[in-house]
Design a protein around this ligand. Structure first.
Ligand code: DLZ
Length: 228
C-alpha cells in the first residue's frame, strides 16, 4: 500500500558518479551528528563514494544559506582549477615528448608539477567537479522568544534562493521543532516520550533526496526527462 505520510519508498538511483556536500550548523550537536550520519549512510547505500561526500560546518543555522552558496562556489573553482591542472599536465608531457626525454625535459616537467615525488603522493581519487547537490542541515529548537521564528523563516527563504539562483539542488535539512524530544525523535534518537519517542532519522531522507536530485539534475542538463 502506498505511504499515506512521508516521502514513501526511496527511488533507486546510482550515486557513484556524484559529488555531494553537507553543510551543517553546530547548534544542538547530538541531533546534528545523528542527522549527518543518516544522510551519509543513505548516500553510501546508493553508491556515493565516501571521498565524494564533503562536510563543512558553520556555527548556527542562520549561517547556512551563505555557507551553502559559498561552498558550492568553491567547488566550481576547484573544478576549473583541476581542469587547468590537467591541461598543464598534458602540456608538460607534450613538451617532454617534443624534447625527447633529455635532462632539461625533466627539469621542465618538475617546474610545471611542483610538490613531492609521485611515489610519495597519496592517490586522491575524489571527484573534482562542482557539487551535484548540497544538503543543508540545522536544528532549530523553539525557545521563549521570537528568535526561532526569525531564523526559521530567514533560513528557509535563504536556502530556496540559493537553490534557484545557483541552479543546484539544495536539500532542506532544517528541523524546526518545538522541543528537544521532537528533535531527537526526528534524528532517530531515543529521548522523546509518547508521540515523540524514537522516530525515523530524517537525515536518511535528505541523503536519498540529494542522490535523486543529483542524478536527475545531471539528466535534465542533458535534455533527458524521466525515462527518455
Ligand atoms: C542564536 C541561536 C538560537 C537562539 N537558537 C539556535 C538554534 O536552535 N539552532 C541553531 O542552529 N542556531 C541557533 N542560534 C544561532 C544562530 O543560528 C546564529 O548562529 C547566530 O545568531 C549568529 O548569527
Amino acid at each position: 500500500m502506498a505511504a499515506v505520510k512521508g516521502p514513501g519508498a526511496a527511488q533507486k538511483h546510482d550515486g557513484s558518479g556524484l559529488r555531494i556536500a553537507i553543510v551543517h550548523a553546530r547548534w544542538n550537536e547530538t541531533i546534528i551528528e545523528a542527522l549527518i550520519g543518516g544522510a551519509k549512510n543513505a548516500m553510501l547505500a546508493s553508491g556515493v563514494k565516501e571521498e565524494n561526500i564533503v562536510v563543512e560546518s558553520v556555527p548556527g543555522s542562520y549561517e547556512l544559506p551563505l555557507a551553502v552558496q559559498r561552498v558550492y562556489a568553491a567547488s566550481q573553482i576547484q573544478s576549473t582549477a583541476s581542469t587547468v591542472a590537467g591541461g598543464m599536465g598534458n602540456l608538460a608531457s607534450g613538451i617532454g615528448d617534443l624534447l625527447g626525454g633529455s635532462n632539461s625535459t625533466t627539469d621542465l616537467q618538475g617546474s610545471l608539477q611542483p610538490g613531492p615525488p609521485e611515489a610519495d603522493k597519496k592517490e586522491d581519487k575524489s571527484l573534482k567537479h562542482a557539487f551535484d547537490a548540497v544538503i543543508a542541515i540545522g536544528v532549530l529548537i523553539k525557545g521563549e522568544t521570537m528568535h526561532f521564528e526569525y531564523i526559521a523563516d530567514a533560513v528557509s527563504h535563504g536556502l530556496m534562493k540559493v537553490q534557484l539562483d545557483s541552479q543546484i539542488p539544495v536539500i532542506f535539512g532544517l528541523l524546526t521543532v518545538l522541543n528537544l524530544g521532537q528533535g531527537l525523535a526526528r534524528a532517530g534518537l531515543d529521548g522523546g516520550s509518547g508521540k515523540e519517542a524514537t522516530g525515523h532519522n530524517h537525515g536518511e531522507d535528505w541523503g536519498n533526496a540529494a542522490v535523486e536530485l543529483g542524478v536527475k539534475k545531471k539528466g535534465w542538463s542533458q535534455g533527458k526527462i524521466a525515462a527518455s
